[in-house]
Design a protein around this ligand. Structure first.
Ligand SMILES: Cc1cc2nc3c(=O)[nH]c(=O)nc-3n(C[C@H](O)[C@H](O)[C@H](O)COP(=O)(O)OP(=O)(O)OC[C@H]3O[C@@H](n4cnc5c(N)ncnc54)[C@H](O)[C@@H]3O)c2cc1C
Length: 453
């Protein structure tokens, strides 16, 4: 359904499905567009049942959903407000997307300090989930590059938040899942570049030990990520491609990216995704890079955002959607934990497309509830299969807990209340900063408050 453009239209059309990227769970909500920084909290007048600010809905589970509630969609509040080319500090409204920021910044010789795997996320969403990129070891997470923002509370308080002003709200809002209020604008410290190009190397590996050896050898490279085939067993267990890149130092073209033309055309029927079709895809992907080691120069788009080339690719999973399992495990258990989890997945017979493996460094996050912890980070997408997917998610969540790790709320649809409270023991301190008019289906689930509104 098209998003209504005025509050009157939205209120008249009433609740309608609003999907996160995983398309699971499927909930109705009334979507109210925010156009102006002053819209909140007045736009809540006469509204019951809680509200939640949302951006592009690119989170996977229910962190951006509010069942039968009101979603305040910020994407029409997307103006650039100021830019200082000397410091690289950009000020913009929270509904601007990272794609829009890149269109402005790249021709001026600047780039995002931290990039997720899609550029179709908003500035507010990136702060609220304190997202990470391929350069966590060098740069930390997104919030580390946000010197200040404005947070508006449902009592009308407008708070400037930085490490000096309202530092508690600053920390609670970075990675605070939208629960502390509405971010209206924010500053972002961009980094200088001289070209769109990335000096790229792709290296095949077989197993976690080879992955770790390559990582050590290339510790000077800023961006690193690996795609792992987690269906293969035996000598091919945890084979993958290690992808490394640095912004090219050779001055080159600095133009805007073309808009993507491909759209995933249909809702794929669920049966298309099975162990055999996914194994075949993974094998083709592994061998797509014909040589064991490739060195080349490539544009930043395919390096940072390969999945953005096909819009709506989540339709590939059909109407039932998908769940993502994304965990971080500290170094001391990273290898054994990852092998145990991959073996459990292989045993379940549930297939995942190539999984993403990154490493987190020890740059501390500014956010109270931020996900990164120094060690391994793994992300796997699973189709929803009756009787198999959810029990597996429970087991994998418990294993992550045993290995001292945690799951990422931005990608979650399955964590239990016990798991959440163990992963984020600081949750009670965080809850003190929650805006009483704001909630989410994620929060109600992990607090055990479903149906309480
Ligand atoms: C293909 C793909 C790849 C991805 N890769 C990565 C990755 O590499 N690293 C990573 O960390 N994440 C990644 N993500 C997840 C994504 O970056 C985050 O979920 C991001 O927060 C989505 O932003 P959004 O604008 O879509 O926000 P939404 O999903 O709409 O909302 C996310 C959260 O932000 C809150 N929020 C949004 N706007 C505001 C506001 N103005 N004020 C207060 N709260 C607000 C919402 O309440 C919600 O809790 C990926 C997602 C996809 C689809």
């Amino acid at each position: 359904m098209a998003t209504p453009t005025t509050t009157e239209e939205a209120t008249k059309s009433g609740p309608a499905p609003f999907e996160s990227w995983g398309r699971y769970p499927a909930y109705n909500a009334t979507v109210l567009p925010m156009h102006w920084q002053g819209d909140y909290p007045g736009m809540l007048d006469g509204i019951h049942g809680g509200a939640l600010a949302v951006g592009m809905g690119r989170s996977y589970g229910d962190v951006c959903l509010l069942k039968d509630g009101t979603l305040l969609q910020t994407t029409s509040m997307n103006r650039l407000l100021a830019f200082d080319p000397n410091s690289g500090v950009l000020t913009a409204e929270a509904g601007i997307t990272l794609a829009q920021i890149l269109d402005f910044a790249v021709p001026r010789g600047f780039f995002l300090p931290v990039s997720p795997g899609t550029k179709y996320v908003t500035l507010g969403g990136a702060i609220a989930n304190d997202i990470h990129g391929k350069n966590h070891e060098a740069a930390g997470s997104f919030g580390n590059h946000v010197p200040q923002f404005e947070l508006v509370r449902s009592n009308g308080n407008r708070m400037l938040c930085s490490s000096r002003e309202n530092p508690d709200y600053y920390a609670a809002t970075i990675g605070g899942m939208g629960l502390t209020g509405v971010i209206t604008w924010a500053q972002l410290r961009l980094k200088p570049i001289v070209s769109r190009k990335i000096d790229y190397e792709g290296i095949q590996f077989h197993g976690i030990d080879e992955f770790l050896a390559i990582k050590k050898q290339y510790s000077h490279v800023e961006y690193t990520v690996a795609w792992v085939d987690c269906l293969s067993t035996g000598k091919n267990f945890a084979r993958g491609i290690f992808m490394l890149g640095d912004h090219s130092k050779e001055p080159g073209e600095l133009k805007i990216s073309p808009k993507p033309k491909l759209v995933f055309p249909i809702e794929a029927p669920g049966f298309m995704l099975n162990k055999f079709s996914i194994a075949a895809f993974n094998t083709v992907f592994f061998h797509k890079q014909m040589k064991a080691h490739v060195k080349t120069v490539q544009d930043y788009e395919p390096f940072f955002y390969p999945l953005d080339a096909v819009q709506k690719w989540n339709r590939m999973y059909g109407k039932n959607g998908l769940v993502q399992f994304q965990f971080a495990i500290p170094w001391e258990h990273a290898k054994e934990g990852t092998i145990a989890i991959l073996s459990e997945i292989a045993k379940s017979g549930l297939a995942s497309f190539l999984a993403v493996l990154k490493t987190f460094g020890d740059v501390p996050s500014f956010g109270l509830m931020s996900f990164p912890l120094s060690g391994f980070m793994f992300a796997l997408d699973f189709p929803i299969k009756e009787g198999v997917t959810f029990p597996l998610m429970q087991r994998l969540g418990d294993m992550t807990r045993e290995f001292g790790g945690r799951l990422y709320s931005a990608k979650d649809a399955c964590m239990t209340s016990d798991q959440f409270k163990a992963f984020y023991p600081q949750w009670e301190r965080f809850a003190r900063y929650k805006d009483p008019a704001i909630t989410s289906s994620f929060w109600e689930r992990v607090m055990g408050q479903e149906g309480d509104r």
